[in-house]
Design a protein around this ligand. Structure first.
Ligand code: EPZ
Length: 418
């Protein structure tokens, strides 16, 4: 097990550079198999989710070449074989191989994906989308066989604006015959990044980033070069850390527009920010932070993935703040551990009520999932004394070089294996 230890209550100064977005990368890697030629993707974060997807590529006999920050994927000798459960259950995004393999070979055989236990996480909308394109889905326990004689463009309305279903249907539809329209599509920046990648390969996708995406099927996709956008959730996490313990701490390589919902909340709490073209800096944090309420929502609303780290900041605000989670049923697992550190939080239904300010004192806590882990790091940096975070492998799934990045700005943080 990986354990992070933090000696907290230190001032953090300097710059933190944001890496490529995890949730774009994890879709771009499976998407790369849609061509028979080479795809070069740069700004790829070194996180364990990237490694897990590259392992699947290697199982499928795809040539993968990794150098610092860039990944060259060549599927020329690829074999469409069943993706074993040990690979698919390692992460959520393994499900993008369903859409990509179906799109390329008209057949995908794999198992139910893994990922953080933050809710039931069904994939019914993905499967309905594949069926609308002409596929049949056979399911035996955890195993899924999705196949089609021919994929034909269709009009698909998503009951929920799901990120995963939107991307997976795009992957299956790019090489289908005719036109596909996805209505009530998710609008997250990662979807735009994946659509741009596919278009760079010769796909004809318009409307990504709006709720209607149109895909005109093409026969062939070719080689391309692509860059992953900066990770807005990593940027948001470090910005929250800067608000908690930064002194002139600048977060670099950010697309500020992607984190508008967070920066406007920070300003509402009384924090002064310097928002540049590609950076955000915390200029001043008032002695008394104002309490505020947030409700998670699909993009451009307040990101569910930042809810857990943001809760840590709310423990330092004067009065009662409320956090309402609307996307996932089980995303308050960080709360008992924040309370162990000294916070005063109660959860009723899908709303956490945070009474602040409370002093945080280090103790042993658990990273129950990726963003809960990020919340523990943020809390540990603020807390007096030593915080020990067990199950920290969750954190390494999504935050590149977190130890180095925080050490460079003055944190006392170490990672060890026990
Ligand atoms: C993506 O998950 C992200 N993961 C999540 O980030 C993020 O929290 C989420 O989008 C919302 O922004 C990746 O991109 C790999 P959804 P995804 O499909 O695609 C329901 C992180 O911490 N739903 O948009 O799985 C679902 O249960 C991770 O980085 C169905 O009912 O999320 C949820 O309530 C965690 N049926 C809602 O839709 C379906 O077929 C939104 O889920 C699909 C989804």
């Amino acid at each position: 097990m990986k354990v992070i230890e933090i000696e907290g209550n230190r001032e953090l100064t300097g710059q933190i550079r944001i890496s490529g977005a995890k949730n774009a990368t994890v879709a771009l890697i499976p998407a790369a198999i849609l061509t028979d030629e080479e795809a070069t993707i740069c700004n790829v974060p070194e996180i364990t989710d990237t490694d897990a997807l590259c392992d699947i590529l290697k199982e499928l006999n795809v040539n993968v070449n990794r150098s610092t920050e860039s990944l060259v994927i060549n599927p020329k000798d690829m074999k469409n074989i069943e993706i074993q459960e040990e690979f698919s259950k390692k992460l959520r995004a393994s499900y993008y191989f369903m859409g990509a393999l179906l799109g390329k070979y008209k057949k995908a055989v794999m198992y139910f994906p893994g990922g953080c236990s933050i809710g039931a996480r069904p994939i019914d909308l993905h499967l309905k989308g594949f069926e609308a394109l002409g596929a049949t889905v056979t399911n035996d326990k955890n195993k899924y066989i999705v196949e089609a004689k021919e994929l034909k463009g269709a009009n698909i309305y998503l009951d929920i604006a799901s990120v995963g279903a939107t991307i997976n249907i795009m992957l299956a539809a790019v090489r289908a015959k005719g036109k596909t329209v996805i209505d009530n599509a998710a609008k997250e920046p990662e979807i735009v990044n994946v659509a741009t990648f596919l278009n760079n390969m010769g796909a004809k996708i318009t409307g990504a980033g709006t709720s209607t995406i149109k895909i005109e099927g093409v026969d062939h996709l070719h080689k391309c070069f692509h860059e992953v956008i900066p990770d807005r959730i990593e940027a948001g996490t470090y910005l929250i850390i800067a608000a908690l313990c930064g002194k002139d701490l600048r977060i670099d390589n950010v697309i500020p527009e992607h984190i508008d919902s967070l920066t406007s909340k920070l300003e509402e709490m009384g924090i002064k920010l310097d928002i540049g073209i590609d950076y955000v800096r915390v200029l001043e944090v008032p002695e008394k932070l104002k309490a505020t309420d947030i409700k998670t929502a699909v993009y451009p609303g307040f990101a569910t993935d930042l809810q857990q780290p943001f809760t840590v900041l709310l423990t330092q605000a004067e009065g009662i703040s409320k956090v309402t989670e609307t996307i996932w049923e089980n995303r308050f697992m960080h709360v008992p551990y924040l309370n162990a550190l000294g916070a005063d939080i109660t959860v009723e239904n899908q709303t956490a009520k945070i009474q602040g300010p409370r002093e945080l004192i280090g103790c042993e806590v658990v990273a129950t999932d990726l963003r809960a882990g990020a919340a523990m790091v943020a809390a540990g940096l603020k807390a007096k004394g030593k915080t020990t975070i067990t199950n920290s492998e969750h954190i390494l799934r999504g935050y590149e070089s977190i130890i180095e990045k925080l050490t460079n700005v003055g944190a006392k943080i170490t990672l060890k294996e026990i």
